[in-house]
Structures are given as C-alpha cells and as structure tokens.
Unconditional design. Sequence first.
Lengths: 112, 118
Amino acid sequence: ETGVTQSPTHLIKTRGQQVTLRCSSQSGHNTVSWYQQALGQGPQFIFQYYREEENGRGNFPPRFSGLQFPNYSSELNVNALELDDSALYLCASSLTRRDGYTFGSGTRLTVV
Amino acid sequence: AQTVTQSQPEMSVQEAETVTLSCTYDTSESDYYLFWYKQPPSRQMILVIRQEAYKQQNATENRFSVNFQKAAKSFSLKISDSQLGDAAMYFCAYRSATGGTSYGKLTFGQGTILTVHP
C-alpha cells in the first residue's frame, strides 16, 4: 500500500483566484471523497467520486468541482476563491463505497 | 440529515489511566456505521475503531473500546492505559449504509482535544 498522497501541503492564494488541489489514492481505490476542515472544526463533506463520476455532494457551491482519473488520482478545483475557503482540504479513498477510508495529510489553503 | 455531536471540546488524562470520550448522533436510519478517528498534529486522519450498527457487540481494538447504545444513539470511546502518543484531536463520525447520493459520506462531530499528562 502506498497510502493517500496530497499535494501541495501548503498553498497561499489571493481572493478571486482559482486553485487546484491534487490527490493520489491507493491503487485499486475506486472511491475518493474530499473534505473541507476549518480550523478547530470537524471535516465537512464536499463531494465523492466513484469510478470517475460524481455520486454525492455536500452543501458546497458549484465553484467547488472535481475530477477523478483512471489512474486513481483526483483533483479538487475551487474557482473565485473567498477568504472563507481558507481551510485544510482532506482527500480520502476506499476500495469500495462500503469500506473504511484512508485519509491523506491534507492541503492547507490560505486565501488572502 | 444526520448529525453528530461531541459535547466535550477538551479532555485530559494522566498517562496509564483511562479516559472516555462522548459522542451522540441523530439519524432515522437503522443501518449505518460509526467511527472514531484520531487526528494528530500531522493532520492525517487515522481510523481508531469502527462499529456496525447491526452488531450489538461493542467493538474493541487493543486499548480502545466503544460503548455503543443504539437506542440512546450514543457511541463513546474508552481509551485504557493512556499513552503520550494518544494525544490528538478525536472525531466521531457517522456513515450511512443505505444507498443514495449520501452513500459513503462521513458526517463528523466537532472533535475532542485529548491531552495526556506524563
């Protein structure tokens, strides 16, 4: 197992810009989810992908979008960044939707 | 919608002693999973223990055990023989076992910061 790898680890962007965060899942993990974790809070579900299709979404606006690729990597894209988007973004993958999740160490995004 | 509540923002324990972290949840579903995750300063969420709602027997993983009370919708975590490495933020989480767009989604509580004193 290679675990879940996220890049970059830290990122600073300006309000209004766009950002792409990347996640490399464990081989064979068909399900990937993204979470936003504000400082001192529990993670909030953004969306989930299963076999390259979005199949679940939390209460996040459309400027949060994602992609999942056949090589088990995925992306989280955020357009028109707002100050409140500053948070830790976590990627989690699992073999199937019924299995437990393996989390990455996250990307700390700061919007100034 | 499901909710998860952790009413203890912070807890502390002496090394080698026992501590219990509380979690309650609200759901109308009968089939679901409950989890405790640990998040150390390294930020990576680590699975501590998992409970399937249809199983009456409480889950145990070495020094970690849960008290699952389905009727009361309570899911507490007991850490025995606490170690310095147990210090972290602990999150309780819920996941539906039924189908639909929420399938697979984890709903987290607000977390409990655990401090272990030597």
